[in-house]
Design a protein around this ligand. Structure first.
Ligand SMILES: Nc1ncnc2c1ncn2[C@@H]1O[C@H](COP(=O)(O)OP(=O)(O)OP(=O)(O)O)[C@@H](O)[C@H]1O
Ligand SMILES: [Mg+2]
Length: 291
């Protein structure tokens, strides 16, 4: 049985604590210190333009829960982030290239990729030892960039297109400590080709060489929509694959997973959105590896 089906079956049959499924660290003090301090890379500094995160707007757009449910979401995202951080910080036995680069994807549209990306990024940024760079790599539907009013600003597209543009030209700091953003930029018809190009590979090398504790999270397109996410899975160390519980057809999940680079660590976020905020879990995370 594949990891995906195991995860789906487990999620239906019995709701085990995620730690039992993953063997990962489930730490009640998850937002507390876990390692000695690290050096932040000088590019992540106060001279970058500031973008204010408007939590009320994010809530009204369904990307954050109401305050009543914020604590629960926070708890659930602690459990989701830990297996990813374990790998990214080399705290597990997984020896992976580019393990600090995490893409969030899914098989089909609307499964909650953007929701998961934002909440994971916020949760990781709560760690004092992390610096998080959220990259809006869904150039066709740049929801995060729009939400933050950055959809007209240069971003990933320009970085990949224009040899004169460097990472710090398109980076923004945010009103949340330790959280930085690269918007999608203005999409061109060449976006899928650019993702597969040499400048993207150079960018990935640059991001992978950031000091330990720097985590890069990419919000991407669905795997079955075009080949952008598939290409990106060859560049990142970790793929967080979102499945909308009780909704996504298994055949779509199987097909999409078959497109993911076999070398990347693969995990599943089972996103329980069917009854909206309040009634169900926001998400669970299931183990790494393939079989
Ligand atoms: N865990 C969740 N709880 C409540 N609502 C959610 C959850 N996840 C996603 N949603 C809602 O589902 C909708 C789709 O979510 P989102 O935009 O994150 O999906 P997506 O996979 O990024 O879609 P696309 O493929 O179009 O980019 C949004 O309206 C969001 O509010
Ligand atoms: Mg999205």
């Amino acid at each position: 049985m594949s990891i995906i089906e195991k995860a789906l079956n487990k999620s239906v049959a019995q709701r085990l604590p995620v730690s039992k499924l993953t063997g990962g660290t489930l730490d009640a003090e998850a937002d507390e210190d876990f390692e000695p301090a690290y050096e932040r890379h000088p590019s992540f500094n106060d001279t970058l333009p500031l973008v204010k995160l408007d939590f009320a707007k994010m809530e009204s757009q369904g990307l954050l829960p109401s305050e009543d449910h914020a604590m629960r979401l926070r708890e659930e995202y602690r459990r989701i982030k830990w297996p990813l951080l374990d790998v990214a910080l080399n705290r597990t036995s997984h020896e992976l290239e580019n393990s600090n680069l995490i893409m969030v994807t899914s098989s089909i549209p609307g499964e909650g990729k953007t929701f998961c990306t934002i909440n994971l990024a916020l949760s990781m940024a709560r760690q004092k030892q992390c610096t998080v760079l959220l990259v809006d790599a869904d150039t066709a539907k740049p929801k995060i960039s729009r939400l933050l009013g950055l959809d007209e600003k240069p971003g990933l597209s320009e970085l990949l297109e224009d040899p004169g543009t460097v990472l710090t030209d398109v980076m923004h700091r945010t009103s949340v400590d330790r959280l930085f953003i690269v918007p999608a930029g203005v999409a061109t018809q060449d976006s899928p080709e650019l993702m597969a190009g040499g400048r993207m590979r150079a960018l990935v090398r640059e991001l992978a060489q950031l000091p330990r504790g720097h985590i890069v999270i990419f919000d991407t397109a669905p795997l079955l929509a075009n080949n952008e996410a598939q290409v990106m899975s060859r560049l990142v160390g970790q793929v967080a694959f979102v499945i909308r519980a009780d909704t996504t057809p298994r055949v779509a999940v199987r097909e999409a997973i078959s497109l993911v680079n076999k070398k990347a660590a693969l995990g599943v976020i089972l996103n329980q959105t069917t009854t909206g905020f309040g009634a169900k879990y926001y998400g669970d995370y299931y183990s790494y590896g393939r079989d």
